[in-house]
Design a protein around this ligand. Structure first.
Ligand SMILES: Cc1cc2nc3c(=O)[nH]c(=O)nc-3n(C[C@H](O)[C@H](O)[C@H](O)COP(=O)(O)OP(=O)(O)OC[C@H]3O[C@@H](n4cnc5c(N)ncnc54)[C@H](O)[C@@H]3O)c2cc1C
Length: 484
């Protein structure tokens, strides 16, 4: 049967040869964290939407699972096939063309396999800016970003990927091509179909292209790092900035002591901004597109710099922060951002070094007013359940989004005396009790599908399943992701 399927795949006459050699599959069948390992019949790399359409028609005919894969940086096993399933990986690597740019409407249409940092570089040359930014930007692809509705560090000002997308082109599971590419700001012609595919994690079709919103490059950007003593103080600082520079905060990231401990163990030649590791570090980026804010003033500084200094001094006087620095140049700013963006990588190395079997990764969001309560309640629970555990947390505080990761006490078989699933569920219960979400930006994938069933409103869960059935009655698209 397998050989027959391979022969049929070859009949599709794709421009790029399918990969059938199992040794060459490893890169595609293991996830970024090395936690999920799958298998596939072959890796197919279509180079246009017609080839995608032919693949999906073929998969439907032979009832073959199709695993869409972009940069394979999913942190929840979303792009990894499941062992024992008859499936192919559809890699979007060769869908890598920039189609059109419209400088007047500030929009860009690209194919889904374009790497995020390539979009940044391309538009920067045209003095434009695409704000989606995350640690995986050098390998993740825009189709993957759309399919996960990726967040990242600039959500506070520009929104998630969903808000940065104006139009989309999708190949449906039966091979039909749905063209919703558009750069219209207004289009009230019925249901918003575009948004059903954004965040669908490849379970409803293959995104082949998208039209994205661009912005003018800010005239000035400043980075500061402050030390607050508590989460409450960090939130007070955010509030001061939001009141005083409402449209200017690009990022507001929490980097507490445990984050710095892991970073300094795993990043060579790291520079810590203060003499000792900060208790509750906050990395802030502000910007302005106004010439007035950017030009050198009579103090030999800029208006935006003066404003930032004033806000930090005020926060210091009010004892909201204990210390702060403002980066003098882009190199100082890059150093700090590099440390933040390497958070997932540092944690992965820490896990290997300390020999822990598992790190329980949680990506939660909470109303700002409940973050400290969530943290305290969770720490109390962990002290009782896993006394020697270690929590490494950090995240996009401006969005109420924490990456809240727990290293176990080493108790076999899972490093948590076989209680890891239970611990995660206890954490999610605390999140939900505090009106939060157990999946803020990384999605459901394989990792959180049980929790989705447990915690999603049951009417919403069943509607989602109905939608899946309507679009993909043979369940060929990314089977075993989101739903069982
Ligand atoms: C170091 C690091 C830092 C990260 N930081 C962040 C962060 O700050 N914020 C954040 O949100 N995420 C973050 N992530 C997670 C990840 O990078 C994002 O989820 C990203 O959007 C995935 O893009 P990708 O191209 O790698 O997609 P993949 O991992 O290949 O796929 C992700 C999902 O999308 C589906 N998919 C991929 N392409 C398509 C397509 N064209 N059509 C339909 N479905 C498709 C896949 O089947 C899968 O379900 C980080 C990951 C790493 C490794």
């Amino acid at each position: 049967m397998i050989n027959k399927l391979k022969k049929e795949i070859l009949k599709l006459s794709l421009n790029h040869k399918p990969i059938f050699n199992q040794e060459d599959h490893k890169k595609y069948t293991t996830d970024w964290r090395g936690q999920f390992h799958g298998e596939t019949l072959g890796v197919l790399k279509p180079c246009n939407k017609i080839e995608v359409s032919n693949i999906l028609k073929f998969a439907n005919k032979f009832n073959l699972g199709v695993i869409p894969q972009g940069g394979n940086t999913s942190l929840c096993g979303g792009a990894t096939p499941i062992k024992g399933q008859n499936s192919i990986i559809l890699s979007t690597e060769k869908l890598d063309k920039i189609r059109t740019i419209d400088k007047n409407s500030k929009s860009l249409t690209v194919e889904s396999g374009v790497i995020l940092s390539d979009i940044h570089d391309y538009v920067e040359k045209l003095e434009l800016f695409f704000p989606l930014n995350l640690g995986a930007k050098g390998s993740c692809m825009i189709g993957g970003n759309l399919s996960t509705n990726a967040g990242g560090i600039n959500v506070l000002k520009y929104g998630t990927t969903r808000e940065l997308c104006i139009g989309i082109e999708v190949v449906l599971p039966d091979g039909r091509i749905l063209n919703l590419l558009s750069n219209l700001k207004k289009d009230n012609t019925g249901y918003d179909l575009k948004n059903i595919f954004i965040g669908a994690e490849g379970t409803l079709g293959i995104i082949t292209a998208a039209t994205l919103k661009l912005f003018p490059i800010p005239k000035i950007k400043l980075t500061a790092f402050a030390e607050a003593k508590t989460i409450k103080n960090a939130i007070e600082l955010l509030s001061i900035f939001q009141n005083e520079i409402p449209n200017g905060i690009e990022a507001f990231e929490l980097m507490p002591k445990t984050f710095w401990e892991v970073a300094s163990n795993n990043i060579e030649n790291i520079t810590i901004p203060f003499d000792s590791i900060p208790e509750m570090g906050v990395l802030i980026e502000i910007s302005s597109t106004s010439e007035d804010d950017a030009k050198i003033n009579s103090n030999g500084s800029t208006n935006l710099y003066d404003k930032l200094e004033k806000l930090l001094s005020y926060s210091f006087e009010k004892k909201i922060i204990a210390d702060a620095i403002i980066c003098k140049n882009s190199s100082e700013s890059h150093q700090l951002w590099d440390i933040r963006e390497r958070a997932a990588e540092s944690e992965k190395k820490e896990l290997e070094k300390c020999g822990a079997i598992k790190c329980l990764k949680h990506d939660v969001s909470l109303p700002l007013c409940n973050i400290e309560k969530f943290h305290n309640e969770t720490q109390n629970m962990l002290k009782k359940e896993v006394p020697n555990s270690r929590t490494i947390y950090f995240g996009h505080l401006g969005d109420g989004n924490l990456h809240y990761n727990v290293f176990g006490d080493g108790g076999l078989p899972d490093g948590f005396k076989n209680k890891s699933a239970e611990i995660t569920e206890k954490i999610y219960e605390i999140v939900i009790k505090n009106n939060g979400s157990f999946s803020a930006e990384h999605g459901i994938g394989q990792l959180r599908k049980k929790s989705l069933k447990l915690h999603k409103n049951s009417v919403a869960y069943n509607l989602m399943k109905d939608i899946k059935n309507q679009f993909d009655p043979n369940n060929i698209m990314n089977p075993g992701k989101i739903f069982n």
